[in-house]
Design a protein. Sequence first.
Length: 446
Amino acid sequence: MSLGLGITIGTSIEFAKYTGKVFKNISVGDIAIGNKSLTSATDRVKAHYIGDTQKIKLVLQLGETTLAAPLSDFILDTNIDEIMDYVAAYNKELSFIERYNLLTNKTSKTFDISYTYDSSKVAEFVSKFMRKASHPSQNAAIQISAQGEIVRKSDITGLKLDSNALINAVYEQLSPQACFQRSLAATKDTVGTELVIDTSNFATSIPASITSDNLSHLDTLVASYSTSFTPGTGSDVNIAIAAKSINGTLIMPGKTFSYNDIIGNTTLDKGYTYATVIVNSMPTKGVGGGVCQVSSTLYNAILRIGLLPTERRPHSRPSSYVPLGLDATIDWGNIDFKFENTNNYPLYIVSYVKNNKVYVDLYSDKSLLSKTYKFNSEVIKTYPSIAEYQIDSNLPKGTKELISKGSTGYQVRISRETYENGVLSDTTVLYQDTYAPVPTRYKVGA
């Protein structure tokens, strides 16, 4: 009993020493504040968790790209004042056993620090850095002139940052524990005034879909075809616009070329003008007349590197600029000319107008030159044009007047001869086309 009384008296005497002070073995966060006055303890806690932190800049870095901002931009407040109020009242709340355990180092008490963050500032900071550091991939590019001059542009690998992971990394550096460790280090002069977060772990490379290596074999003129036109008819204007539109088109292996997708609707606002078009087998004026000559020229060019169309139709009447069965008509929204690049190498189209001719040059890998192709257009049936008469009471009886000139119809068979290194290796019938005859129409007097 005497021993217990002695312990009680001793503990009470020792406890009395902490009047106006923080009791022994008390900490706020990682800072021991026991046996200090409340004012001194509060100053020490704030110096570590607020003062030193506000002097530090947070820096996001990816390679040579950086973005910095003071930590004070992101921390709105702490719970230090509330915690110190708890500390001040804590002595009075201790039981005898709790006092004894604290005095004899059997227990300790820690109050946790927390921060209130400005989440919008954190998100804005991260977003700004992402806009600065990340970038989309850029495909390799190639440009070939009508003279065969080649200019290449290398691909660029893109970078994408994980915004959620980056935001979490920022919050980790804003945590009370991280701020405490920085403040300790700062008192030892082991760090500067910047906290750098290396964001490379949050960055993902995005390769370009078309690389310089993909285009490295694109260096040889493998086919060329041209057709003639008459200047001053309107169609020459339309041909020039259409040729310019498909010029520079790159078609990767396995990809499909669509003439209508590239040309689009041939409207006046695009510079197209009126020229002769065929509607229901009859010539008339329409905006864009002549663009079929460009599609037909392209068609004959791709045939010469072994490609075949996936969508193609002949005109209703024979075309003057290509052999029978080797034309390709188009009609926006109705008829397209398409082909797939089934070769193993990219295909590049050079198209231009010169000396009343439209040219289509195709560039690809030189290995395509090991095969050459010859095309035969064979008329297997002829359909003569018939005369049609229309009574016109305004004409003198027994007279007639030409309304429209008709045309002969044909059934045509197209075959292809394949030569490998100059030796005929295959002859294949590709298809048959039919051009219906068009009657010659007259008005006759009754």
